[in-house]
Write a protein that binds this ligand. Structure first.
Ligand code: HEC
Length: 100
């Protein structure tokens, strides 16, 4: 559990310089993709697949991370960066499994 938290924080630190060069609207989504995979199919065994999951479910989880009713060392921090509009866009993106 502790190791996983350290690993997740490390991945997040590595990703930040890479995403700061992307434009504002893609920046957050690129960060999600780096962990959860281009179409939501994760390459890391401790990170869940979120591609093709129902958008309602994804949106509910993102709201819960942001509100603190669901806790995770990584996602709780990530969700603080997201507006309601960002969360809706991301839930839709991963549900559809492709760029619109
Ligand atoms: C540093 C890696 C990392 C980044 C970046 C990241 N996630 Fe996650 N995400 C995780 C991990 C790890 C979990 C599993 C959390 C848990 O065990 O509760 C998770 C869980 C989730 C879940 C819940 C999945 C489920 O089945 O309940 C959603 C939805 C999600 N992430 C969406 C996103 C979105 C959208 C972004 C971009 C704004 C994002 N994540 C960025 C690592 C990451």
């Amino acid at each position: 559990m502790l190791l996983r938290a350290i690993y997740s924080a490390g991945v997040l630190m590595l990703l930040l310089p890479a995403v700061t060069h992307a434009n504002e609207s893609n920046k957050l989504l690129n960060m999600c993709k780096a962990c959860h995979g281009e179409s939501g199919m994760s390459r890391f065994e401790h990170i869940p697949n979120i591609g093709w999951q129902n958008s309602d479910y994804l949106l509910k989880q993102l709201r819960a991370f942001k509100a603190g009713t669901r806790q995770d060392p990584t996602m709780t921090k990530v969700a603080q960066l997201l507006s309601e509009a960002d969360m809706q866009q991301m839930a839709e993106y991963f549900y559809l499994g492709k760029d619109k």
